[in-house]
Write a protein that binds this ligand. Structure first.
Ligand SMILES: Cc1cc2nc3c(=O)[nH]c(=O)nc-3n(C[C@H](O)[C@H](O)[C@H](O)COP(=O)(O)OP(=O)(O)OC[C@H]3O[C@@H](n4cnc5c(N)ncnc54)[C@H](O)[C@@H]3O)c2cc1C
Length: 380
């Protein structure tokens, strides 16, 4: 459990090499220009990173959640925002692979695994974020199709994606009235808002998605009517691990930048890495990251093993990895002094990118809610 196999080391190193060569050198410029690196994402998919834990018969890599965590951490050392979009694409693709029937899997997954097509996950609405089960986007059945009306908010990849995995209301209030539909780009009545101006994650677009009388064949529904909320939450268990891994990677890169900066920079006649106060802080940063990483691997292994407490462990891991990751990156910025605040050093971008990981895929307050509910249920 605490050592990686030879295969896992090879997967991790492959992802780190890819990040070093194809992502890191360009990340600051992509952020400035709000450039979505489609070409590099497709190159990652060519190495098997477009459908990491998707089954091999439809073009996936058939790897584990732990393998995925290793990959997303390493890619995020190059750019957390790029790695995080890939994680959302993987989550959506997995949902089709896991909950789709054979026809659906064969229709959509191969082109998603190769990233000829990109995917978005559409749960949040203007009036339903943390309380996702209150969503209102309506799908009314009319013979062999649904008519979908409503709006989704904050959708990553929207406008650039080809496939939208959308949670809609087909029944009454609450989670049991929700179903999941796959909606293809180009459907009449489907439109997108402007690319949001935001603090970080500038390498990927975030837009509203509006549905006005969109006609969706019933055969595009994943699972049965009423199963959509369960499907959405199942996707998020893995999604939360992946986002946590992205925070670890960003923070690791920030720590490495701080170490090399402190070797060079002098104050009061000494190198910065000779001050004990800063050495202690470095030690704490590395310790916090290692604790979060080890725990994230444990949660990933629990999800791989389908352990009954996997959801709770994934929520714990997401909170720890994203909170610790942000703090470590912010400390690394502080160690750079004023230079940390300049874009050229690449560190303020990491801090901006990691901040949102404490908010999305369920805020860290909602992670506490999941853990507390499980504890109280066990107590009862
Ligand atoms: C850049 C970005 C990309 C995103 N990408 C996607 C995407 O691709 N797909 C998608 O579906 N969504 C996406 N989201 C949406 C994201 O998941 C939501 O923003 C998040 O779930 C929080 O919802 P909200 O913003 O409506 O906040 P609210 O739910 O309004 O919460 C506001 C505050 O209240 C707290 N709060 C709410 N309820 C409770 C409670 N019961 N107890 C304690 N505290 C509580 C929250 O933690 C938060 O601090 C994205 C968001 C951002 C910013």
């Amino acid at each position: 459990m605490f050592t990686l196999s030879e295969d896992q080391i090879a997967i991790r190193d492959m992802a780190r090499d890819f990040a070093n060569e194809q992502i890191a050198p360009y990340a600051v410029e992509w952020d400035e220009k709000k450039h979505f690196p489609v070409e590099q994402l497709r190159a990652a998919a060519a190495l098997g990173m477009g459908g990491i834990y998707v089954k091999e018969d439809v073009g996936g890599s058939g790897l584990t959640r732990l393998d995925a965590a290793l990959i997303f951490e390493q890619l995020a050392t190059g750019c957390p925002g790029t790695s995080a979009y890939l994680s959302i694409h993987n989550m959506s693709t997995w949902m089709i692979d896991r909950f789709g029937d054979d026809t659906q899997r064969r229709k959509w997954v191969p082109r998603l695994a190769s990233m000829e097509h990109f995917a978005s996950y559409c749960l949040t609405e203007p009036g339903a974020g943390s309380d996702a089960a209150a969503l209102k986007t309506k799908a009314v059945r009319n013979g062999d199709h649904y008519i979908v009306d409503g709006q989704k908010q904050f959708i990553s990849g929207a406008g650039s994606s080809d496939i939208y995995v959308v949670m809609v209301r087909t029944g009454g209030d609450g989670p049991k009235g929700i179903s999941t539909l796959v909606i293809e780009a180009g459907a009449p009545g489907l439109s997108f808002g402007a690319n949001e101006r935001k603090m970080g994650w500038n390498v990927q677009p975030t837009r509203t998605v509006t549905f006005e009388g969109v006609k969706v064949p019933v055969e595009n529904r994943l699972g049965e009517e009423g199963e959509g909320f369960r499907i959405a939450m199942a996707g998020l268990d893995g999604g939360r691990l992946n986002i946590g891994a992205c925070s670890l990677g960003g923070a690791q890169a920030a720590l490495e930048k701080a170490l090399s900066y402190m070797r060079e920079r002098k104050a009061f006649g000494k190198r910065l890495d000779e001050f004990q106060a800063l050495q202690f802080r470095l030690a704490d940063m590395a310790t916090e990251l290692e604790c979060a990483r080890t725990f994230l691997w444990r949660a990933a292994s629990a999800l791989d093993a389908k352990a009954p407490d996997a959801t709770q462990l994934c929520a714990m891991a997401k909170r720890i990895a994203t909170d610790r990751g942000f703090e470590v990156a912010n400390d690394a910025l502080q160690m750079h002094g004023g230079y940390g605040y300049l874009s050229d050093y690449g560190i303020e971008k990491i801090v901006r990118d990691l901040r949102v990981h404490q908010i999305l895929e369920g805020t860290n307050e909602i992670m506490r809610l999941i853990v507390a509910r499980a504890l109280i249920a066990q107590g009862n």
